[in-house]
Design a protein around this ligand. Sequence first.
Ligand code: SAM
Length: 264
Amino acid sequence: MHAFAQVEAVYEKFGAEEPFYAVLTYDQYKRDQLDPEQFFGTGEKLIDERMQALAARQLTVDRTRALDFGCGVGRLTNALARHFDEVVGVDVSSTMIRQANDLRRQENCSFVVNKRQDLSIFPEGHFSFVYSDITIQHIPTPAAENYIRDFLRLLTPGGLALFLVPDGPQHVPGSPAARWDRFYREQFRPFYKRIRGKHAVQIHRLAQHRVAQLIAESSGQLLAVEPHPQWSQKSKRYKPLYYWATKGGSATGVRRASAPHSHS
Ligand SMILES: C[S@@+](CC[C@H](N)C(=O)[O-])C[C@H]1O[C@@H](n2cnc3c(N)ncnc32)[C@H](O)[C@@H]1O
């Protein structure tokens, strides 16, 4: 099976069996132990921190419409809906989206299944904010690169994209190192997980300068790159980076902070 189709199949199954544990792989999020308030609380805390980080950079963004890419059961979509007028969560897994609809906590958020390897279901300039956390890492190239390009295409001029991608080496395409890395991430590790009775989730990486290149090619401007606050301490091998990018070659629409508004 193609690597992208494998990811889709894994999350369809994971979403049907253990949708919360599929998002945060700690035992406390298994169905029989779940405290939904605590689970959704983790999303609110994370999004509040991201909004504070925005303010700390003295930046503000138009709060009209946000996209949560790879929304799962809507942990972060609902949290974003406390800060934006409207939020759309999109996910490749219909079982995840079914849960997200059943558990929806804010009226101004909605959920969409997208099985395409790009975001062409949305028109250019549709979102003032695009967010994605712990999702791009599960998507093989070239789909991951398509989505990053589309984050910029979907932004209104001056809108802001904030997304997490683990850093890794940039192998020369077609080289033995590139072929090995691809085999290891798309085939070997998922197989190894499967034979140990685990869900065969894939973990991918993109080199920082490749992400910067994708942003630049898409008329974007990279504003900042920062390590994930918790994971950068915990692991030497997994180095997720948050990318802040705006659209249009200058940060004109990303303005100096004014009083934030909140739906909560
Ligand atoms: C670890 S979960 C994170 C969910 C959510 N971002 C959160 O933090 O609560 C990863 C999610 O990415 C979704 N995903 C994987 N590949 C995707 C793709 N190509 N397009 C959209 N979502 C995808 C999975 O279905 C899953 O819901």
